[in-house]
Design a protein around this ligand. Sequence first.
Ligand code: ZN
Ligand code: ZN
Length: 180
Amino acid sequence: MKVRNKKCRICRKEFIPKYSTMQATCENIECMLAYSSKQKEKKTKAEFKAMKERNKSVSQWRKELQQVFNQYIRLRDRGKGCISCGRPLVGKTDAGHYYSCGSYPNLRFHEDNVHGQCVLCNQHKHGNLLEYAIGIEKRIGKKRLEELKSLRNDRLSLPLDEIKEKIYYYKDKVAQMKKV
Ligand SMILES: [Zn+2]
Ligand SMILES: [Zn+2]
């Protein structure tokens, strides 16, 4: 078998692998040392990241979910009007809840309960709920709105596994939608 020349990862010179096809550097001792300390640094960084993940509190995970979920809602509703006033959503867009997170925490991550909303309606008109009621029925239909309503007083149950699953799910969705 013909051994192919490789490029040293450190000095960029070509070399013929002697020890294994995985050999990353030439035989210059300085290249070997530099490469090995680089690898160590990489490993330490990865370990540090893993440690940080392990020590993340539930509320930090929840926050991460909130971020990616909102991002998904904005992408899903791009091109549509504000759920309340109908004005085109340009620039900063909020993900506005119909049933508020404060009173109905179990609907915080329900897709039918959250829609793209302009900042004026969401922040300055406290959700502009009278108009939201009209907009949401048009958007999702009577039947889904009734379903949402029936869920509103369910107990909140979102264990950490499910939070992590949802983060994974929405990250994937966001990545797909960004491609379009
Ligand atoms: Zn080298
Ligand atoms: Zn609006």
